[in-house]
Design a binder for this molecule. Structure first.
Ligand code: AMP
Length: 249
């Protein structure tokens, strides 16, 4: 079974994001970029399936600027076998990514595509669902556990107030939730080995897709600054302040 794992290059989750002075987006110049954390979980799950003998090949796909190749190298160092870079300077929105992934899926014929439930930069939570619709494949989103059984896959989903288990027939789309697994760190020997693994370089036109954005960003703004709190000396003082200052009781 071949598994396709889309991996997005995003601002590292440890970085405090700054809004550009003109409000058109966030500052990315000189900022540390890493693989989207939910995609690390996707790569880890694919590697575990390969280690168990349930998968034969893992293909990592990243789309965007040429530096997305570094994100693919990270996936290769974690255990993916080869990579596909779809290079473009265009702003890529979920529908364009889903269309590009559909074209790659038609070429590669994977049995499983494991995406992150959302990219932590745009928080769209849309690409996996759009891809499932475009391909006409079943989808198991927000997966916290997956089990392959013959030609099917059982997915436990984190839903409000509990867990839902769904059974899908392969080929299928999975999107990962935080508790699916804990991704491994790539070892130095595996980082070295990853350098020799192949990465194909494509352009959106090679896949017959026009990645034109459908949404226009009107404005990006910082959240309002919160006022500093005060420490109260006693419960009586707290109650007094809630009555007279906050006027909430
Ligand atoms: P989103 O719908 O933007 O929140 O992204 C959900 C998932 O789609 C991500 O976790 C990735 O697995 C995949 N994805 C989105 N954009 C890209 C991209 N430019 N390159 C590779 N994968 C992507």
């Amino acid at each position: 079974m071949k598994i396709l794992v889309p991996v997005k290059r995003v601002v590292d989750y440890n970085v405090k994001v700054r809004v550009k002075a003109d409000g058109t987006g966030i500052e990315t110049a000189g900022v540390k970029m890493s693989m989207n954390p939910f995609d690390e979980i996707g790569v880890e799950e694919a590697v575990r399936l390969k280690e168990k003998g349930a998968a034969t090949e893992i293909v990592a796909v990243s789309m965007g600027v040429p530096q997305c190749a570094e994100t693919i190298r990270t996936a290769l160092a974690m255990g993916a076998d080869r990579g596909i870079l779809v290079e473009t300077d265009a702003e890529l929105q979920p529908l364009a990514v889903a269309k590009l992934l559909k074209a790659i899926a038609e070429k590669e014929q994977p049995k499983l595509i494991i995406l992150g439930k959302q990219a932590i930069d745009d928080d769209m939570n849309a690409t996996g669902q759009m891809l499932a619709a475009l391909l006409g494949w079943p989808q198991g989103t927000f997966a916290s556990k997956i089990t392959i059984e013959g030609d099917g896959i059982t997915v436990t989903r984190e839903v409000d107030g509990g867990l839902e288990t769904v059974a899908l027939t392969l080929p299928a789309i999975i999107t990962t939730d935080l508790r699916l697994n804990e991704p491994r760190y790539a070892s130095l020997p595996n980082i070295m080995k990853a350098r020799k693994k192949p990465i194909d370089n494509l352009k959106p036109a090679d896949l017959g897709v026009d990645p034109k954005p459908r949404l226009t960003t009107v404005k990006v703004a910082e959240p309002p600054k919160r006022k500093a709190g005060v420490k109260v000396g006693s419960v009586a003082e707290l109650v007094e302040k809630l009555k007279t200052e906050a006027k909430v009781i």
